[in-house]
Design a protein around this ligand. Structure first.
Ligand code: GLU
Length: 309
């Protein structure tokens, strides 16, 4: 498979060189730069509508070229977030908004795609180690995260809420005072919930600092238990190990089974962006595509195909 990809990539590179020498761009674009784009359709749409996915001198950025040469775009996605990143356990096929966006990015590059299932805790390690090129995994854009990774313009906005067992009698944020809440390691959830409870005047904000907030250390009116993945939190909720399960509503949906309910409130808007290595030329490439697809309705189409609107 690797060998096959290399051969395809080599052929592509040769074809592209020939196209460049011949001065022939792809027919759908008004930008000479897109001659260096391996796939006519989408990249040229991005080039046409939002400037250029390639630098103005017509050269393909080396980070983008490296992916083209490899012949495969490696993407970190979720596997149990219905409508976003969901893997069919029988067929192994992935589907959802984030899968469709990732596939379209690969199509623009003219390469194959390889999905790696990530969690909130592993997605950044895999990006940092170079095992994956980008993350489309309900990854919320925050100021602190922007210091470490590049994020595209958001392609979707969700909110945080809390799932409880009906028998707990918990209905609202107010009922969570004094309770222990299950959250995922590496997520924004604990901070979002604490902040919402402070804003609602339910708990004291003394000692709360959004930038340095550590779920493991917070005990002021609500406490947290961190888990590596969401199935583990769901099991802990059933077992009564935690009183509630807090994360983005999109992620909670699959665990919202009989005998469980959401609390009344939704809070803390979560803007999902495509994360790439900080300072990488691929970041700019992705940003151009996402902004073009937001403008031309492509992403809105994926959102409605996945019943997310
Ligand atoms: N979207 C939230 C975050 O990025 C929740 C965690 C998750 O995506 O799994 O922190």
């Amino acid at each position: 498979m690797k060998r096959f990809s290399k051969i395809v990539a080599a052929a592509l590179t040769l074809t592209m060189s020939a196209m460049l020498l011949a001065g022939c761009g792809d027919s759908g674009s008004d930008s000479g730069a897109s001659a260096a784009q391996p796939s006519a359709g989408t990249a040229s749409a991005a080039s046409t509508e939002s400037g250029s996915a390639a630098p103005s001198d017509g050269a393909v950025d080396p980070d983008v070229q490296a992916i083209i040469d490899r012949g495969v775009l490696r993407v970190g996605v979720k596997n149990a977030v219905e409508g976003f990143g969901f893997q069919d356990t029988l067929t192994g096929e992935y589907s959802g908004l984030e899968i469709s966006i990732a596939e379209k990015i690969a199509e623009s590059l003219g390469v194959d795609i390889e999905f790696t299932t990530v969690t909130a805790a592993t997605r950044t390690e895999l990006l940092d180690s170079g095992d994956i090129d980008c993350v489309l995994a309900t990854f919320t854009i925050t100021d602190e995260r922007k210091e470490s990774w590049d994020f595209s313009t958001p392609y979707y906005t969700d909110h945080v809420t809390v799932l409880v067992e009906d028998k707990s009698g918990i209905d609202s944020l107010a009922d969570l005072v004094g309770k222990k809440v299950g959250v995922s390691s590496g997520s924004t959830s604990a901070r979002s919930l604490t902040s919402a409870m402070i804003d609602a005047g339910l708990i004291s904000g003394d000692g709360f600092d959004a930038e340095t907030f550590d779920p493991a250390l917070w005990t002021e009116g609500v406490s947290f238990q961190q888990y590596d993945d969401y199935p583990a939190i769901s099991t802990a909720l059933s077992a009564g190990e935690v009183d509630a399960f807090c994360v983005d509503k999109s992620i909670l949906a699959i665990y919202h089974t009989d005998g469980r309910s959401y609390i009344e409130e939704e809070f803390a808007p979560q803007d999902y962006g495509v994360a790439t290595t900080k300072g990488s030329g691929f970041s700019a490439y992705v940003e151009d595509l996402i902004t073009a697809w937001l403008a031309d309705g492509t992403i809105a189409g994926f959102i409605s195909e996945n019943n997310l609107d």
